[in-house]
Design a binder for this molecule. Structure first.
Ligand SMILES: O=C(O)CCC(=O)C(=O)O
Length: 200
């Protein structure tokens, strides 16, 4: 994944966040409309939106199991809410979606102009998206899981400027050394016999 990331962030990149958003069958919750950079500016004082999100589908994603829905091209206009971020975010560890949720009026205007698109595909699909693209997702009401890995790479020239205590290391990566690609074959551990083909 580092190849395309380095094309977009040629000065060097490190992993800022690494998370799996898991939506369980029938109950997996949705996310309000937002722009990621609004959260990172608020919580970590990131100076610029110089990051790349890389999403990897762990499951087939269809219109039914709560795909991410984007407003195509919305990242080109920067942050929709230009006002300074609230001084006291609701949570210092995880940004409360309400702190950065876009309003129905914002969304009516944006969607009228740019439309919406759900990001679907088979398990293994990789998608790259900008931290200012407007996106959200609905509840997973299907009988299928929807697990999405999102690795966020930050430009090494775009270090957080924390107003107080940095967020925990499991929320925001501390190792800011630029990542170097390694030309090594992937090592796939052999599966134990007992784990293969055992009926449930
Ligand atoms: O997993 C989803 O459906 C949405 C994820 C998202 O919007 C985010 O992680 O910022």
């Amino acid at each position: 994944m580092l190849g395309p990331v380095r094309q977009l962030l040629p000065a060097g990149a490190y992993i800022y966040q690494f998370k799996i958003n898991s939506k369980a069958p029938f109950v997996g919750a949705g996310w309000s409309w937002h722009q990621d950079y609004a959260a990172w500016r608020l919580a970590d004082g990131l100076p610029r939106p110089d990051l790349v999100n890389v999403g990897v589908f762990f499951d087939d994603v269809s219109e039914f199991n709560g795909p991410v829905v984007v407003v195509p091209g919305s990242h080109r206009d920067g942050l929709v809410t230009k006002a300074p971020a609230p001084a006291s975010p609701a949570s210092h560890q995880h940004v409360d979606p309400q702190d950065i949720a876009l309003t129905p009026e914002d969304m009516r205007t944006l969607v009228r102009r740019l439309g919406m698109r759900s990001v679907t595909g088979p398990a293994g699909t990789v998608v790259l998206f900008h931290p200012e693209i407007v996106h959200g997702s609905a509840t997973n009401m299907s009988p299928y899981p929807r697990r999405l890995l999102i690795v966020t790479y930050n430009d090494v020239r775009n270090m957080p400027r924390y107003a107080g205590q940095p967020r925990s290391a499991y929320v925001v990566g501390r190792d800011t050394e630029p990542l170097q690609p390694e030309d090594l074959p992937l090592a796939v551990p052999a599966l134990a016999d007992s784990a293969v083909g055992v009926p449930a």
